[in-house]
Design a protein around this ligand. Structure first.
Ligand code: ADP
Length: 404
C-alpha cells in the first residue's frame, strides 16, 4: 500500500528529472514533439500507477483514509466512502466529515502527537459515522491511525483504518450478559441453601428432626434448581458451540416424541385437568433430526403452557404437519398468554415475564425458550410466537423436511 504511494511519488520525481534534463542539455537534438511524447508516456504511467493503487485500496474491506498534517482528508477508499454514505470527503477537514467527535478525537490525537493511536469507539445507533439511523443498538469501531514516515519531515501524512467491529462487540456483550445473569440466577438458590445450613449447624436445629427435615427439603428443592440451571446452560453452550457432532441426525417419527412428553407430563396434565389435543394429519410423519432435542423442544413448550396456566379449563394443542419442503409444528394454549410488550424478548436467556424469586414458588430457569430456539435453529428451522391473552398463545415452528 505504502509501496504503491511511493511508486507514484517516484514516477513523478523521475518525470520531472527527465524533462528538466532534456530542457537543460542544449546539445540534445530531440524535438519538442519527442519531449511531449515522453511527457505523455510518463503521465500515462503515473495514471496507471494511481489507478492500481486505488484499485488495491478499494479492495480493502476496512475504511482507509489518508489525512494531511492540516487534518484534511486527502484520500478515501471505497469502504470509507460507503461508510460515510458517499458524501464528499476529499479535502474536507476530519472534524467536518466525522459527524461524531468521538470518532475524530482518536485521529486528531495521532495528528497532534505523531504517536500511533488505536482506539475502540462504541456509539449508540443514531451516531454512526454516517450520522444516520442504524437498526442495531450500538455500533463499535476500531480507529487505527499512524503517521506515514516522511523522509523530508515537513508535512506528515497520517493513514487511518476504521474497522467495523459491531458484530464482535455484540457477541462479547451477549457473553457478558450471560455470565452476569447466570451468576445472579445461581446466587439466589445458593444463598437460600447457605441460610438454611447456617440455621441447622449454628443454631443447633439438627437436634429437631421435624424442623431439620423441613429445612433439608427446601434445600433440596433449591439444589435441584441449581442443577437444572447448570444443565440448561450446558445444553445451550453445546448447541452454540456449532460442533458438528452436537446433533445426532437420524429419521424418527414425530408422533413418538409427542407420546414421550405426554407420558412425562402425565401427572401435571391430570392434576390440572388440562385438555390435550394432538393434530397430526399424517401420524406416521417421519422427521430428520436429533430426536433428543426435538423431544426437549416439545417438552419445554408444553410444560410452559401447563406451568403458566395452573387453572381449570386449560386446552393445549400439539400439531405437526408437512407443508411442501417444510414441516410445521405448533403448540397452542388458551391460557393467560404473553403481553405483547414481552413477546420480542421471550426467547432471550433468563427472560421471564414475571420473575418469581420467592422461596415458596420456584418457576422455571428462564432458559427453556432459548434452548428451544437454539435447538430449532441448529436444525435449520425457526420459531415464532403469537399471543392473544386468554384466547390463544401459539408457538409455531417451521423446519426443513431434510437437514441440509
Ligand atoms: P421458564 O423456564 O421460566 O419457563 P422459558 O424460557 O421457557 O423460561 O419461558 C420464558 C417466559 O415466557 C416464561 O417465564 C413465561 O413468562 C413466558 N411463557 C412461555 N410460554 C408461555 C405460555 N405458553 N403462556 C404464557 N407465558 C409463557
Amino acid at each position: 500500500m505504502i509501496h504503491e504511494l511511493l511508486t507514484i511519488g517516484s514516477l513523478t520525481a523521475l518525470a520531472a528529472v527527465l524533462i528538466l534534463n532534456y530542457r537543460q542539455r542544449g546539445t540534445c537534438k530531440q524535438s519538442e514533439a519527442e519531449i511531449d511524447g515522453w511527457k505523455l508516456r510518463l503521465e500515462n504511467d503515473l495514471k496507471q500507477a494511481r489507478d492500481e493503487r486505488n484499485l488495491l485500496l478499494d479492495a480493502l474491506g476496512d475504511a482507509f483514509l489518508l489525512v494531511d498534517s492540516e487534518a484534511n482528508i486527502r484520500f478515501a477508499n471505497e469502504a470509507a466512502r460507503a461508510l460515510f454514505g458517499h458524501r464528499e470527503l476529499l479535502n474536507r477537514p476530519v472534524r467536518e466529515a466525522f459527524l461524531d467527535p468521538r470518532l475524530a478525537d482518536a485521529l486528531l490525537r495521532c495528528l497532534a502527537t505523531g504517536e500511533p493511536v488505536q482506539s475502540r469507539v462504541v456509539l449508540p445507533q443514531q451516531t454512526s459515522p454516517r450520522g444516520d439511523l442504524e437498526t442495531r443498538g450500538v455500533n463499535a469501531w476500531i480507529i487505527d491511525a499512524a503517521q506515514l514516515s516522511n523522509p523530508s519531515g515537513a508535512h506528515h501524512t497520517t493513514r487511518v483504518i476504521i474497522r467495523d467491529v459491531t458484530a464482535e462487540h455484540q457477541i462479547e456483550q451477549v457473553r457478558k450478559d450471560f455470565v452476569a445473569n447466570a451468576s445472579h440466577e445461581l446466587r439466589t438458590p445458593l444463598a437460600i441453601i447457605n441460610g438454611y445450613l447456617e440455621n441447622l449447624l449454628d443454631d443447633d436445629m439438627v437436634e429437631e428432626p421435624d424442623l431439620a427435615r423441613r429445612f433439608l427439603t427446601v434445600m433440596r428443592k433449591h439444589s435441584d434448581r441449581i442443577s437444572r440451571i447448570v444443565e440448561d446452560m450446558l445444553v445451550i453452550s453445546r448447541l452454540e458451540s456449532g460442533e458438528a457432532n452436537a446433533l445426532k441426525i437420524e429419521p424418527f417419527k414425530f408422533r413418538s416424541c409427542i407420546k414421550d412428553i405426554l407420558e412425562r407430563l402425565e401427572s401435571m396434565i391430570r392434576n390440572q385437568h388440562a385438555e390435550m389435543t394432538v393434530t397430526m394429519p399424517d401420524p406416521a410423519l417421519v422427521m430428520q433430526g436429533d430426536r433428543f432435542y426435538w423431544t426437549q423442544v416439545l417438552f419445554n413448550l408444553v410444560e410452559n403452557a401447563l406451568k403458566q396456566n395452573p387453572y381449570p379449563g386449560l386446552r393445549v394443542e400439539i400439531g405437526c404437519e408437512a407443508a411442501g419442503e417444510q414441516i410445521r409444528i405448533w403448540v397452542a394454549d388458551n391460557g393467560v398468554g404473553i403481553p405483547s410488550a414481552d413477546l420480542p424478548h421471550i426467547f432471550r436467556r433468563f427472560f421471564r415475564v414475571e420473575k418469581h424469586h420467592s422461596q415458596q414458588e420456584i418457576k422455571g430457569t428462564g432458559l427453556g425458550l432459548s434452548i428451544v430456539k437454539r435447538a430449532i435453529e441448529a436444525h435449520g428451522g425457526n420459531i415464532g410466537v403469537t399471543s392473544v391473552p386468554g384466547s390463544e398463545t401459539k408457538f409455531l415452528i417451521t423446519v426443513p423436511r431434510e437437514m441440509p
